[in-house]
Design a protein around this ligand. Structure first.
Ligand SMILES: Cc1ncc(COP(=O)(O)O)c(C=O)c1O
Length: 378
């Protein structure tokens, strides 16, 4: 039976809570009128840098541009191989091709959906006719990838590591926050992300002040010290002042919101782990819980039943990148990356946001248990 519709992500609840502060910050920008690189951008970059534990932060136009800028900063281009997980959002691979480099798809782990380091090693050794130059690890659904091992493998092959943390801001490993886990990290402030703005936005994080300066130059058309000194090829990839003003307010509640997401994930685990298979919680890892994703053998049946009960779900992602028509030339076809292919047939993301009332969470769990019935076991 259809109950009241449930929100997959309730951005309005967050706005109701923060409205006075957000409106005041936005009006301050309208009053001073510095819409491009106004003072809120630098203020936000400082605040986010402090939040992450001292990283230099460069606010940019969106997460895809952030990835492209990271590759540009490393001088990556034609003839270079960039290793990316196949089970990701298209932007990870798209950024590589936009720079003229070649994406090499790597499989992921069944338990975390993140990059499989053993498969990365295999892919590097098997690379022919390209220079292995970088790996972009993705923190899928909010859980950081295994940066310790990824950085070791990259160092052994003289490769760069870029973190695609579009979904994982507020995540951490052993208390070290996303933004400080990899030498260069890109994130997104798309509205539905753990820290989202009211439009497009993104950021890059690095501990290297020279890299930060280079990224600022790339962000603004490759300028040098003087405004019309063009010292490299850059792009227009600035974070809007208005978005920075909104993000400054939302950043003040990010940690509290992450804790709420964590609680909801634990509730889901406790109610659902007998009937479905949830993703792993590796020791020492803190997820941002951008999504709560389960794995089901009869996924489409369960999704249809939940929809009938007014419960929205999403499939992230229904097709791995190496099987997408646009990337067919770079993948080995069906069967090449079996874990990614298998996950894309089984994953289902449930509603996840920090403002979900307990009774709604209970209703979602009741509906999943009923939909799964006796036919589904982990
Ligand atoms: C894993 C991943 N990488 C990159 C992006 C791109 O971010 P944006 O939409 O801000 O360009 C996204 C956004 O959905 C993402 O999920």
């Amino acid at each position: 039976m259809m109950g009241a519709p449930v929100a997959f992500i309730d951005l309005q609840a967050q706005y109701r809570r923060l409205k006075p502060q957000i409106d005041a910050r936005m009006h301050a920008v309208l009053d001073h009128g510095q819409f491009i690189l106004g003072p809120e951008v630098a203020e936000f970059e400082r605040a986010l840098g402090e939040y992450t534990g001292g990283a230099h932060v460069v606010g940019v136009s969106n997460g895809t541009d952030a990835l492209m800028m990271a590759l540009m900063a490393h001088g990556i281009g034609p003839g270079d191989a960039v290793y990316v997980p196949s089970f990701t959002f298209t932007a990870t691979a798209e950024a590589v091709l936009m720079l003229g480099a070649t994406p090499v798809f790597v499989d992921v782990l069944e338990d975390t959906c993140n990059l499989d380091v053993e498969d990365l090693k295999r892919a590097i050794v098997q690379t022919q006719g390209l220079r292995p130059k970088a790996v972009i690890a993705v923190d899928l659904f909010g859980l950081p990838a295994d940066y310790g091992r990824i950085c070791d493998v990259a160092a052994a092959h003289d490769m760069q590591v870029i973190a695609d943390a579009a979904q994982s801001l507020s995540g951490a490993i052993d208390g070290v926050r996303v933004g400080k886990l990899a030498p260069l990290t890109a994130t997104s402030f798309f509205p539905a992300k753990p820290l989202g703005c009211f439009g497009d936005g993104g950021a890059l994080f690095t501990s290297d002040p020279e890299m930060a300066e280079k990224l600022r130059s790339i962000r603004g058309h490759g300028t040098g010290k003087a405004k019309y000194d063009i010292i490299r090829i850059g792009m227009n990839a600035r974070l809007d002042t208005l978005q920075a003003a909104i993000l400054l307010v939302k950043l003040t509640v990010l940690e509290e919101e992450r804790n709420n997401r964590e609680k909801l994930s634990l509730y889901y685990d406790s109610r659902l782990s007998n009937v479905i298979s949830a993703l792993a919680r590796p020791a020492g890892y803190q997820s941002a819980w951008a999504q709560y994703t389960i794995k089901l053998e009869h996924r489409d049946h369960v999704q249809a039943a939940l929809s009938q009960s007014g419960i929205p779900t999403q499939i992230y992602y229904p097709r791995p990148m190496h099987l997408q028509p646009a990337y067919a030339a770079y993948g080995g076809g069906e069967g090449a990356l079996p874990v990614s292919e298998n996950l894309s047939r089984r994953v289902l993301s449930l509603p996840m946001h920090p403002y979900m009332p307990e009774e709604v969470a209970a209703r979602i769990c009741d509906a999943v248990c009923a939909a799964v019935g006796a036919g589904e076991r982990p």
